[in-house]
Design a protein around this ligand. Structure first.
Ligand SMILES: [Zn+2]
Ligand SMILES: [Zn+2]
Length: 367
């Protein structure tokens, strides 16, 4: 008899989270078992709970970004840097797996985040197949899952505070081509916006401005590297445009990063970016409806580059860990996860994230 593992299961949208026991899996060659230290309740989990993502095979064990200790390894394992891994090592794993490497998206188009075979732990892996999510005391790491050793300087709380938002932000900064001295404006002060502001500063931006709410998140944005913040609450788009113009001496913003997930933010963003500037849209992970843009005024005549940013690749995962190691002492990623919940309290964690009481909730499945 295999020992049992406790996990929190999302059976359907809006349903209460259920605690279930799963048998500890038998490991085929190349697989490993992670003893979870920290998982997260991020904006994606709130979307899953609201039923806003298509193609989710409920019931699922959510928790797509997770870190812990390697409890068992079958065969030789190496991390993403090629270093051998041993049982007892502190690791994180890349949540995207089964990207095929052979389809048109993977090869001809070079858009592996759009590969139709791609699956994501905690989002598109069904609980019927086993422990494929971090809201569980242990996670099954199937053969082929990419692992990274966590450097000694990177605590579990710092890793999970950065979490999926940091990986997304590494991708955003790559897309945005932030050049030395650039003025960067970030729309949104959630987990993605905060990390994007922090990384834009380290990528060489001369000035970083964040528009967001509530005030506590803007204070965190300043602590993470923003120069200026603009309040979303109590201001109109015209007020905010005037503030941004004043902050830039009328020059406008070179790069705007949308991490707000609102249709209105798009309409505002194309006005805030300067002529010939870059607009990266990364906050629309779900369909929140149409935005109204005048193509002549806001795109063509402005000579604008508008870029989407979907999912993460392994280099963004590896880049996030390098950023945590290099900048973790000066960027307070651990403060993004302000409260920790056990598996029995996940409903409370979801409500805290939904109502924006916390930027993200942290899960300790052994609490
Ligand atoms: Zn593919
Ligand atoms: Zn997430």
């Amino acid at each position: 008899m295999n020992p049992t593992v406790l996990a929190a299961v999302m059976t359907a949208p809006r349903a209460p989270i259920e605690l279930r026991e799963f048998p500890e899996p038998d490991l085929p060659a190349g697989a490993a078992l992670l003893r979870t230290a920290r998982a997260e309740v991020c904006g994606t989990d709130v979307h899953l709970w609201h039923g806003r993502l298509a193609g989710v095979p409920y019931p699922i064990i959510p928790g797509h970004v997770t870190a812990g200790t390697l409890e068992k390894i079958r065969g030789a394992a190496r991390d993403v840097e090629g270093q051998p891994l041993r049982e007892g090592d502190r690791v994180a794993f890349f949540d995207v797996h089964r990207t095929c490497g052979r389809c048109r998206a993977c090869t001809v188009n070079r858009t592996p985040t759009r590969c139709p075979s791609r699956r994501v732990y905690g989002i598109t892996d069904p609980a019927a197949e086993g422990l494929f999510g971090g809201w569980s005391q242990k996670v099954y790491l199937e053969p082929g899952v990419v692992l990274a050793r966590l450097p000694d300087a990177v605590s579990f709380d710092a890793f999970i505070g950065g979490g999926c938002g940091l990986q997304t932000s590494v991708h955003i900064i790559e897309r945005a081509r932030v050049a030395l001295g650039t003025t960067v404006l970030v729309q949104g002060a959630g987990a993605v916006g905060l990390s994007a502001a922090a990384l834009a500063r380290r990528a060489g931006a001369g000035r970083v401005i964040v528009i967001g709410a509530p005030r506590a998140r803007l204070d965190l944005a300043l602590a993470m590297g923003a120069d200026d913040v603009v309040e979303l609450e109590g201001t109109t788009p015209a007020d905010r445009e005037a503030q941004v113009q004043a902050l830039t001496g009328g020059a406008g913003v070179d790069v705007v990063i949308e991490a707000a997930g609102s249709a209105r933010a798009i309409e505002e963003g194309v006005r805030l970016v300067r002529d010939g500037g870059v607009y990266v849209v990364a906050g629309h992970y779900t369909n929140v409806g149409d935005s109204t843009i005048n193509a002549h005024e806001h795109i063509n005549r402005k000579h604008l580059d508008i870029l989407g940013c979907w999912g993460s690749e392994v280099r963004h995962f590896a880049g996030a860990i390098r950023a945590l190691e290099r900048y973790g002492s000066e960027i307070p990623w651990h403060l993004i996860g302000s409260r920790t919940f056990g598996l029995r309290d996940i409903d409370d964690a979801l409500r805290a994230a939904e109502s924006m009481q916390v930027v993200k909730a942290i899960v300790d499945p052994w609490a």
